[in-house]
Design a protein around this ligand. Structure first.
Ligand code: ZN
Length: 448
């Protein structure tokens, strides 16, 4: 249950309640917190958060709801040494139980404050409503990962770039080009590597990155030369649904048709994981002031509906794949794949013009916890879209998918691998894996 006594943002309202209890008139109490009483946000906030506010709110959610909220510390500190934090929200959040994952992040651009606020408010909203109705049902079927401020240095300085003057949303490796502010190399920035880690270590079936200030929801590709994404119709369906919640003036389209860029989060995310990856940009209608009122308070209800839609898509078995079977209780199952990806061709130090390559490794775990050993694992399809960016340049006419199985291992808790098996599973499909060898040897002390 939600315990408001432990929510700092509730203290203000509680203080107002105390004022009433002390016999102050109704006219007096709201005047000290007039706008607080009018806030329509889950937090009750009426002004932008500081970094300390974000950190305190996330820590409070985790401390007061330990079975529902787990803190995440991203692995790389920012250029100026700051820690990037997030939270994971689900029923029984501490167990890797194979649910599909919805990842939503704010503030790739440190001066786009509403993107962090909307993202944080959605997290608080989920926690407050975690035992009720539609939200309860979604959190039973899926896991949500929220990182409200990914470019912490930029946020603290209220500027778009990181502290190396890099636009982190030009620094992702797939199709990277050494444009001004794209960083010294693909993945040069710890902030973009953090997001790669986040999406590489869980089965993110939907990924949303929140921005301001256009009225548009974008999906891959970033460049016209790359040609349409293999899952263009699925991407368009999700982007359109999100745009529809934000309002009739919002459009959904491939990023390249808005304006062409390279090295953005959604391109790498989609082509590496096949999770549906979108950039949601919100902005007030033309001519309206860009204030906390218009960009956060007046936008939140639509954002809530949009993100619940995205979460529903993440949870929908038609939009991912299922691996199921029976394993020894207490075993750890792991799926992994590793593959090269390429930047755009660009002038290398030796004078040659060609792409650089980098390796993406996806790996995620499932804890077998049910007494009968049955498990059901929501994963992204093993068939990976062929990207336009290749070792010999850009091929916009490339299409289709690599037949590239997940490599599934069945292990003891100490890491002893008892079985390794490839698994091919397509979108909307489910496959049953036979883990008899793992079951046979799991409790045998002579098998190492
Ligand atoms: Zn932005």
């Amino acid at each position: 249950m939600t315990d408001n006594r432990h929510f700092p943002w509730r203290r203000r309202l509680a203080a107002i309640g105390t004022a009433f209890a002390l016999g102050l008139t109704a006219a007096v109490a709201p005047s000290t917190g007039a706008t607080a009483a009018e806030s329509t946000l889950p937090s009750g906030n009426t002004a932008y958060r500081t970094l300390a506010d974000y950190e305190r709110d996330m820590a409070t959610l985790a401390a007061t709801h330990p079975t529902l909220v787990k803190p995440i510390t991203l692995p790389y500190r920012t250029t100026s040494g700051r820690v990037v934090r997030g939270i994971e929200i689900s029923d029984n959040v501490g167990v890797d139980d194979g649910k599909p994952v919805f990842v939503t992040v704010g503030m790739h651009h440190g001066n786009e404050w509403p993107s962090g606020e909307l993202t944080m408010e959605f997290a608080i909203d989920l926690v407050k409503n975690a035992r009720r109705g539609h939200v309860a049902e979604l959190l039973d079927r899926a896991r949500v990962v929220v990182v409200p401020v990914v470019n912490v240095d930029g946020f603290v300085r209220n500027r778009r770039q990181t502290d190396t003057d890099t636009d982190m949303n030009r620094n992702y490796g797939l199709g990277w080009l050494p444009l001004p502010s794209a960083g010294s190399a693909a993945w040069s920035e710890p902030e973009s590597r953090n997001i790669a880690w986040l999406l590489s270590t869980r089965q993110a079936t939907v990924f949303n990155t929140q921005h301001t200030c256009i009225q548009v929801v974008l999906y891959p590709p970033l460049q016209l030369a790359a040609g349409p994404a293999q899952d263009a119709s699925r991407l368009h369906r999700l982007a359109s649904a999100i745009a529809g919640h934000y309002g009739p003036t919002y459009r959904a389209l491939p990023s390249a048709e808005d304006y062409e860029t390279t090295g953005e989060a959604i391109d790498w995310a989609y082509y590496a994981t096949r999770g549906l990856s979108v950039t949601s940009e919100t902005c007030p209608n033309p001519g309206m002031a860009r204030t906390y009122q218009t960009q956060v308070l007046d936008t939140y209800a639509a954002h809530r509906a949009a993100m619940l839609e995205a979460l529903g898509t993440a949870a929908d078995p038609a939009e991912h794949a299922i691996i199921e079977g029976k394993a020894p209780k207490g075993a750890v199952l792991r799926v992994t794949k590793s593959f090269p990806l390429y930047t755009n061709p660009y002038a290398q130090p030796d004078g040659g013009v060609r792409p650089s390559s980098f390796t993406t490794t996806l790996t995620s775990d499932l804890d077998v916890v049910r007494p009968n050993g049955k498990f059901r694992w929501a994963v992204n399809p093993s068939y990976r879209p062929v990207p336009a960016y290749q070792a010999d340049g850009v091929h916009g006419d490339h299409h289709g998918f690599y037949t590239e199985p997940w490599i599934l291992t069945c292990e003891r808790r100490d890491g002893t691998v008892l079985q390794t098996t490839p698994v091919n599973v397509d979108l909307g499909d489910r496959v049953e894996v036979d883990l008899t060898p793992c079951k046979r040897n799991f409790h045998r002390k002579d098998v190492r």
